[in-house]
Write a protein that binds this ligand. Structure first.
Ligand code: SAM
Length: 243
């Protein structure tokens, strides 16, 4: 059976999705608090930058893949307005339930679907914009997921991938200390789970770097792919168009 990576471990491909599910089942309750603590609130600025690059307009249709607790979906819903449509989707029911509840608490009843990004339950050319924030890294077959996202985007639409990436080399040592020392410690203190946050640090190291992901998006059929480094490459926003 083909193998893939789960953090630094090698696991049978068929096991990866279940292991990733375990991580997000475990962290769902404390997910938003941990995001703020781990990034010092910076994830909000990264997401705001992604929204600013979305080019999304009132009345458009948007799909947020691996949308989790709904940060992007909420901001996108404000952009498309009452005439537009934003779908919040994720493979994990615990994350999705939190996302749906957070949106409802803010008076937003968006359509929600539990689905795997590798098999999206939408017809071809449905959306003006597809977003995926901090989700692609966890997918078993990233090429298949990118191809699915390409399939559901209309001509003239675009994909935004916000994801951890390769940090500027002079900062790599300090970033390693933070990722492998502080993150699991914080995970244990706040979420009672060091392992999931060790997986986070490891999965970031295994994720394709900026140029590799750009090539993968081009191979999946996206045009004029480019990217922006954020926080010295700790995170990158990749953008691809569909002509
Ligand atoms: N997008 C949200 C954000 O930026 O806060 C959540 C990101 S969270 C780190 C990663 C999400 O990816 C989790 O909710 C997880 O369930 C989801 N995910 C992992 N594999 C997936 C897949 N194959 N299809 C859809 N969602 C997936």
């Amino acid at each position: 059976m083909p193998e893939t990576h789960f953090g630094f471990q090698s696991v049978p491909e068929a096991e990866k999705a279940g292991r990733v599910r375990g991580v997000f089942d475990s962290v769902a309750d404390r997910y938003d608090l941990m995001n703020d603590l781990m990034s010092g609130g910076l994830h909000r600025a990264w997401k705001a930058f992604a929204i600013a690059q979305s080019g999304v307009r009132p009345g458009q249709r948007v799909l947020d893949v691996a949308g989790g607790t709904g940060d992007l979906a909420r901001a996108l819903a404000a952009r498309v307005g009452a005439q537009g449509l934003v779908w919040l989707t994720d493979i994990n029911s615990a994350m999705l339930a939190r996302g749906r509840d957070r949106l409802l608490d803010r008076g937003l009843a968006l359509p929600v679907a539990q689905c795997d990004a590798e098999h999206l339950p939408f017809p071809d050319a449905t959306f003006d914009l597809v977003t995926v924030a901090f989700g692609l890294r966890n997918m078993t077959h990233k090429e298949a997921a990118l191809a699915e996202m390409r399939r559901v985007i209309r001509p003239g639409g675009r994909l935004l991938v916000l994801e951890f990436s390769r940090v500027w080399k002079p900062l790599a040592g300090a970033y390693d200390l933070y990722s492998f020392g502080v993150l699991p410690w914080l995970g244990r203190q706040v979420a009672g789970d060091a392992e999931s946050y060790r997986y986070l640090a490891e999965s970031i190291r295994r994720h394709p770097d900026q140029e590799t992901l750009k090539a993968m998006m081009t191979a999946a059929g996206f045009d004029r792919v480019d990217y922006f480094n954020l926080a010295a490459g700790v995170v990158a926003l990749h953008r691809g168009f569909c002509f």
